[in-house]
Design a protein around this ligand. Structure first.
Ligand SMILES: NCc1[nH]cc(CCC(=O)O)c1CC(=O)O
Length: 314
């Protein structure tokens, strides 16, 4: 019987979402009469060892992913469960996305010290986030807020809200839901207020392209509407070269009933300055996810998105 080794980082979120994915894979294997067992292997990445350094200075979020991918390539592990939003645009040779399962909540969440909405935060409140995308959109809505960087895993960021001077911090709702900390959420920010990161809330199950046994199993885990939405968002990301940490967001929604001739996908993308003074946003609909991603990106480029991104990257 095949033993499938699943690699994971050691953060609370990574361990939890890998465990949850493995439970679902076990069920799917059983339902489809695929005989296999699973083993979870923990991997310490460079990104985890230098969590206190600003991520963008040391190679971006791709850092977490790279060492796990090396273990896949080397055959040390057979499957890796990643947060889609941490995935660089291109995969290393020989590796493929075996499945994109159903998306969790894609929204960002506000975790506050006693306030129940963004509007309720007092003038000049201190908000912790190290995401330029979140900072840009927050400052656009509330120029009075003071933004300060807060790094670390979800658990250490929540601890910093409790122990340091922050009035609020921002995190992805999906991560908090997965680890069972949804009670900490004070408010959800709808995509109209704050566009999530590309792929936020979705998972990427990666494997070797020649591992037909694993590919067959993973194909049962694929959620087609999520995959379509993520493809559109990632095409947008690729066009704008958004691989590193830049103030860029996108969200694609899927029209589950396009029988009346309505388009399958609607994609909104944004690029803003880190201070939120300039906020470019475009929406379009279409049936071809890649074409839609490029279309929305091109609309933003026509408004000067590349100039903003170039300045941020400097
Ligand atoms: N950048 C880190 C990261 N990568 C994935 C998630 C969890 C949410 C998700 O799966 O999209 C988080 C934490 C956060 O942004 O709050």
């Amino acid at each position: 019987m095949r033993t499938i080794i699943v690699g994971t980082r050691q953060s609370a979120l990574a361990l939890t979402q890998t465990g949850q994915a493995v439970e679902l894979l076990k069920q799917l294997a059983q339902e489809h009469g695929i005989e296999c067992q699973f083993e979870i292997r923990k991997i310490v990445t460079k990104g985890d060892r230098i969590l206190d350094v600003t991520l963008s200075k040391v190679g971006g979020k791709g850092l977490f992913v790279k060492e796990i991918e090396q273990a896949l390539t080397d055959g040390e592990i057979d499957i890796a469960v990643h947060s889609m939003k941490d995935m660089p645009f291109e995969l290393p040779e020989g590796l493929v996305v075996g499945a994109i399962p159903q998306r969790e909540d894609a929204r960002d969440a506000l975790i506050t010290r006693g306030y129940s909405s963004l509007e309720e935060l007092p003038q000049g409140a201190l908000v912790g986030t190290s995401s330029l995308r979140r900072a840009s959109q927050l400052q656009h809505l509330r120029p009075d807020l003071r933004i300060e960087s807060v790094r670390g895993n979800i658990d250490s960021r929540l601890r910093k809200l409790d122990e340091e001077n922050f009035d609020a911090i921002m995190l992805a709702a999906a991560g908090l839901h997965r680890i069972g900390w949804q009670d900490r959420i004070s408010a959800y920010l709808p995509p109209e207020q704050c566009l999530p990161a590309v792929g936020q809330g979705a998972l990427c199950i990666e494997c070797r392209g020649d591992d037909t046994f694993v590919l067959d199993l993973l194909s049962k885990f694929q959620h087609e509407p999520t995959a379509l939405a993520v493809r559109a968002e990632r095409a947008f990301l690729g066009r704008l070269n958004g691989g590193c940490q830049v103030p860029l967001g996108a969200y694609a929604s899927v029209n589950e009933d396009s029988s009346g001739g309505a388009a399958l996908l609607t994609l909104t993308g944004m690029v803003g300055t880190p201070d939120g003074a300039t906020m470019l946003k475009e929406t379009a609909s279409g049936n071809d996810p890649e074409a839609l991603g490029l279309l929305v990106a091109d609309k933003l480029i026509a408004q000067g998105a590349e100039r903003i991104l170039a300045e941020v990257r400097e």
